[in-house]
Design a protein around this ligand. Structure first.
Ligand code: GDP
Ligand code: IMO
Ligand code: MG
Length: 426
């Protein structure tokens, strides 16, 4: 039995989907534990490209269970569309499991997401507007609808009849004239309930039994550590805990069962949405990385802000997540640059700053201090078959620095979006 958690160490889009798909070959269950369809995980298999938002990347391997845990917020409309999209490509979805405790994104959550964003002005995080924040807010306020409610129609209708008028009042206070109706939401969601029924199960029981049977479980994180609601750049974060410990809360598994925690780190940094970004490159180099790296949002299509790798952020992620190994992705994007940089620490008022502050407004005044590394010319996909030793010395120097600074081995090196463009170090 083994269990591994995959987490993003930056602001999301580090390549979690690709690495999850790679590791899924040795897992029996692949489990999402937080977030919702704000996530966009791209996996390329042969000539086929898959973009998953809610369904765990394990669905693409037929013999595995793909599990959506209680910590995920589920928009049933989106889930059903995603299931249909996958089935159209001849992939079996019978192995999908949906937690009966997961909270549901309702139409008023999506509406509120957009309206709240507008009213927040400079504090808006630039959300994906999928209703994620308002759904988690209702969960914490004990005003949410869960998957299990769909199968108790009297209770479901009773809850809706209390919630919907209040949401309409809130929306009106924002100057919005859309009026949600209890009956139409009730009918719409009961239809979703029929379609989803066969997938619904108790995920905690399922996974704890799996452990007893010696099965391997892979937890697939969404977003990244610096988008975490507690440990990220609040308020420019998402609304869930994105870090490794959330794998427990979000599935009903105790921490004793977690063996490995793999932190995914892109060889540079990207960010969709607003908020401070100390190593952001606003000029030509940032544009070059964005174009070469295809840094456009999988969920919203927005151009991602790009910058150098930030070791202050990475050390923070290693600590918060108890990372046991790192996967370094998208090194190929930096090929052909004369030199590359990483930020070792910040400087403020003549002093070295080694840690990320709680008051992120301070980040705007912190000056990132860089270390330069010699670049490399090689096209890495051409040499990937030869393994780690064949990589250019300049890359090995870059990797060695990251390992020494974090104290964590870089065990996986990704040099392209395909499964085959991956190097595993022993
Ligand atoms: P996730 O949200 O962390 O799963 O990442 P995304 O899928 O949103 O974004 C990562 C993008 O980079 C996707 O388009 C992947 O296909 C692609 N990708 C992943 N690893 C690599 C890599 O090593 N090199 C290159 N060039 N692309 C990669
Ligand atoms: P994956 O799993 C990158 C960002 C949004 C916004 C903030 C809050 O693909 O790495 P939300 O809709 O969650 O309330 O938006 O979080 N964000 C992501 N950025 N990758 C993601 O997911 C993201 N999910 C949310 O851009 O700044
Ligand atoms: Mg993504």
């Amino acid at each position: 039995m083994s269990s591994t958690v995959i987490v993003g160490t930056q602001w999301g889009d580090e390549g979690k989907g690709k690495i999850t798909d790679y590791y899924a070959k040795n897992a029996d269950h692949i489990v999402r534990f937080q977030g919702g369809n704000n996530a966009g995980h791209t996996i390329i298999i042969g000539e086929e490209k898959y973009q998953l938002h809610l369904i765990p990347s394990g669905i693409l391997r037929n013999d595995k269970k793909a599990v959506i845990g209680n910590g995920v917020v589920v928009d049933p409309k989106v889930l059903i569309e995603e299931i249909r999209g996958i089935e159209e490509r001849d992939i079996d979805t019978d192995n999908l499991v949906l937690s009966d405790r997961a909270h549901l994104i309702m139409p008023y959550h999506r509406e509120l997401d957009g309206i709240e964003e507008k009213s927040k002005g400079s504090y808006s995080a630039g959300t994906t507007r999928k209703g994620i924040g308002p759904c988690y807010a209702d969960k914490v306020a004990r005003f949410g609808i869960r998957v299990c409610d769909l199968y108790n129609p009297d209770i479901f209708k009773d809850k809706l009849s209390k919630i919907v008028p209040i949401k309409n009042n809130i929306l009106r206070a924002y100057g919005n004239n859309s009026d949600f109706e209890v009956d139409s939401i009730f009918e719409e969601y009961l239809n979703y309930a029929k379609i989803l029924k066969k997938y619904v199960d108790d995920v905690s029981v399922l996974l704890n039994n799996a452990f007893k049977e010696g099965k391997n479980v892979l937890f697939e994180g969404a977003q990244g550590t610096h988008l975490d609601i507690d440990h990220g750049v609040y308020p420019y974060t998402t609304s869930s805990n994105t870090i490794s410990s959330a794998a427990c809360n979000g599935t009903g598994v105790g921490p004793r069962f977690i063996d490995e925690i793999i932190g995914i780190v892109k060889a540079y940094t990207s960010r969709v949405g607003t908020g401070p970004f100390p190593t952001e490159l606003k000029g030509e180099t940032g544009d070059l990385i964005r174009e070469k790296g295809g840094e456009y949002g999988t969920t919203t299509g927005r151009p991602r802000r790009c910058g150098w790798l930030d070791m202050v952020m990475l050390r923070y992620s290693v600590r918060i997540n108890s990372i046991t190994s790192l996967a370094l992705t998208k090194l190929d994007v930096l090929s052909g640059m004369e030199s590359i940089k990483l930020c070792t620490h910040y400087e403020y008022d003549g002093k070295r700053v080694m840690h990320f502050p709680a008051d992120i407004e301070r980040l705007r005044d912190y000056k990132p201090i860089y270390k330069s590394f010699k670049g490399w010319e090689e096209t890495l996909s051409d040499i990937v078959d030869k393994g780690y030793e064949a990589l250019p010395e300049e890359i090995k120097t870059y990797i060695k620095y990251i390992e020494e600074d974090t104290g964590i081995p870089v065990k996986i090196i990704s040099v392209g979006p395909k499964r085959s463009e991956t190097i595993i170090r022993d």
